[in-house]
Design a protein around this ligand. Structure first.
Ligand code: HEC
Length: 475
């Protein structure tokens, strides 16, 4: 009898003290689902739809599980965060803390700290090797390929280069730029009829000195290239009005398949005045013009009193990537949102992309910018990134050199220093893959006429060509 008693005691003791087993997956999922419901019930009014805003937050009060639990229950009444201990149980606070910790984990998967150890990058989809095309640059920003196999590239500091059979030369005659902040010499693009007209287009930040006050704006200059010289420079597009700020110039140039020129202009940091929502200025817009700078009369606001006639779409923030999808007449863009608000869009005629009225992003200090993510009459992004990756450069993979990527979008990440691939089926985005992890602040990506992918990275500035490697173990 006594033995039996001991045995029971023993079993009881053991069942209490044995290490806790990992929570079964189903329980975990239902715990997260109920945390999500609690979050929507009590937290969403200030912190948005779900835990996303915590992904990119600059945490102020501690981001360990314990401190998050404690902060939820105690709140920061002086700072506007209510205390929740009378409403939310300790268990619910623990579940919420785990829910937010999951969001933090989401950010960590972009920490490619152990970055580049070799020039061969093995990816699940395919392996590529870097071939160095140009070095010694600061911030290579744009690149264009000439029919004879030469290519042009810009450096944000104002230098324009031509490279011929491996020899790099400076091109004379590039515009004078305001190389401050995010400004400088930006994109370069050839006329679709370059073979006959030798015409190129350069986007840049243009200076206006009024009464000692230096203002700047996004401009596009047209010029003729002969050898290492450009001549006949003429600004065919100047975004109005000039601004005091030195950031968010946008400024990618792209032609559609019928020869119209599209230009992106960022909000210049002027979203407080809602410039991107107003049609009387060029900020936060995609524009559509002709090669001579004239404006097609079928532009959506051509006949709208007071509107800028070149506007194609509006409500954008800062667009540093634009590409024509091969075999279509569809232009795609991406834009830097605020934290957590980067977007991929197909800017359609006359449509409003919502910035800054709707956004998935948050302020850099983690506070909410706008409680709205949807609104009637405003478009939703096709893809959004949480955390923000800081996108720049955009291209579609074509040809047969990269079979696993054909038709997909490639775009640079400045912030996490890699190349993002987004699988594309028609107009439908699919899976994403992180390529070239840790390569550097990836500013542009272009398909060369030789069928190879070229990428530009900055600080220090390089241009690389990606060579497909059939059998990585052979290296
Ligand atoms: C009435 C608005 C409001 C509501 C509702 C609210 N919060 Fe907050 N919360 C804030 C503010 C404001 C801060 C930031 C305080 C600061 O800036 O230091 C904050 C901060 C936090 C922090 C600390 C972040 C850090 O940087 O360390 C956490 C965690 C948090 N909230 C979680 C929650 C959760 C979970 C809920 C729902 C149970 C919730 N909050 C509901 C306004 C709110």
């Amino acid at each position: 009898m006594f033995r039996l008693f001991l045995l029971i005691l023993c079993i009881q003791w053991f069942s209490q003290c044995k290490p806790k087993e990992a929570m079964p997956v189903a329980d975990e999922a239902s715990r997260m689902a109920s945390a999500d419901a609690t979050f929507k019930k009590f937290c969403s009014t200030c912190h948005g739809d779900n835990g996303d805003v915590f992904v990119d937050r600059q945490w102020k009060h501690g981001r360990t599980r314990d401190s998050i639990m404690m902060n939820i229950r105690a709140g920061f009444p002086d700072l506007g965060m209510p205390k929740w201990d009378s409403v939310i149980t300790e268990q619910e606070a623990a579940d919420l803390a785990d829910y937010l910790m999951k969001a933090i984990e989401n950010r960590k998967k972009f920490d490619f700290q152990d970055s580049v150890r070799s020039s061969v990058f093995v990816h699940e989809s395919m392996t590529v090797k870097l071939d160095t095309i140009a070095r010694g640059l600061e911030n290579p920003w744009g690149m264009a390929f000439l029919p004879n196999g030469d290519f042009l590239y810009t450096d944000r500091n104002g230098n324009l280069y031509r490279q011929s059979k491996g020899v790099q030369s400076m091109v004379k005659g590039a515009p004078q730029v305001v190389a401050e902040g995010q400004g400088g010499l930006l994109d370069v693009e050839l006329s679709p009829d370059f073979a006959n007209n030798q015409t190129i287009y350069l986007s840049y930040s243009k200076l206006k000195d009024t009464a000692g006050q230096k203002l700047a704006t996004t401009a596009v200059q047209k010029a003729k290239l002969s050898g290492n010289q450009i001549t006949g420079q003429k600004d065919i597009f100047i975004a109005m009005p000039y601004q005091k700020t030195r950031h968010h110039y946008g400024s990618r140039i792209e032609f559609d398949s019928t020869g119209f020129m599209f230009i992106t202009v960022g909000d210049r940091g002027q979203h407080m005045d809602s410039l991107p929502q107003k049609l009387d200025n060029d900020m936060g817009k995609v524009h559509r013009i002709r090669e001579d700078g004239s404006i097609p009369d079928d532009n959506p606001f051509y006949n709208t009193p007071g509107a800028r006639k070149s506007i194609w779409s509006y409500g954008h923030r800062n667009l540093q990537g634009m590409a024509l999808q091969p075999g279509t007449n569809t232009i795609w863009t991406h834009e830097h949102g605020p934290r957590g608000g980067d977007e991929l869009n197909i800017p359609e005629k006359g449509k409003n992309y919502g910035w800054p009225v709707i956004s998935y992003g948050i302020n850099y200090d983690g506070t909410i910018l706008t409680p709205l993510t949807h609104k009637e009459g405003m478009e939703q992004p096709l893809v959004r990134w949480v955390p923000s990756i800081g996108p720049s450069g955009l291209t579609f993979v074509k040809g047969n050199k990269y079979p696993a990527w054909e038709g997909d979008i490639l775009m640079g990440s400045l912030r996490f220093r890699y190349l993002e691939r987004v699988a594309i089926d028609g107009k439908t985005p699919g899976e994403k893959e992180n390529l070239l992890k840790g390569i550097g602040r990836l500013r542009f990506v272009e398909m060369g006429p030789d069928g190879f992918i070229y990428v530009g990275v900055e600080e220090p500035g390089y241009i690389f060509r990606l060579l497909p490697v059939d059998n990585p173990s052979a290296n």
